[in-house]
Design a protein around this ligand. Sequence first.
Ligand code: T46
Length: 132
Amino acid sequence: MMYELLNFKVRGDHTGNLVALEQGTDFPFDIKRVYYIWGTDRDAIRGRHAHRNLEQVIVCTSGSCDFILDDGHERVTVHLDNPAVGLHIKSNIWREFTNFSPDCVVMVLASEHYDESDYIRDYEQFKTEIAK
Ligand code: T46
């Protein structure tokens, strides 16, 4: 399976909505890092890499964008536009993301600290590594 969509529990009333993500109960891994991305041009293409070990849950907390995922055999596009849904991606999946709305904010919860050596930034290298 290339990805999984997590439907978070929403605590909402007439004043608004709240999602709480707690390690060990609502979440598939221990969270070591959180980062977020905003202010992207609609046509910008970010990502263009895979991770050797990292697992992530990606939430579009505002606006929308498209994630293109590739396991070396097929490519799928996942449209994110709901802050109550998390896109869970495990290791060894090539990802690109684009088609950002002007108000898009992407929050990422990651299973590891930042480590550049975990990135595979060349597509041919990615294909070679997953073929092993
Ligand atoms: C991913 C997608 C969804 C850091 O110093 N610490 C960090 O934790 C991160 C994530 C990045 N950086 C530095 C590395 C680069 O100099 O910030 C700069 C931009 O990173 P990058 O070009 O990798 O950003 P994206 O948006 O292409 O990819 C990021 C994550 O790196 C990646 O793991 O899956 O978001």
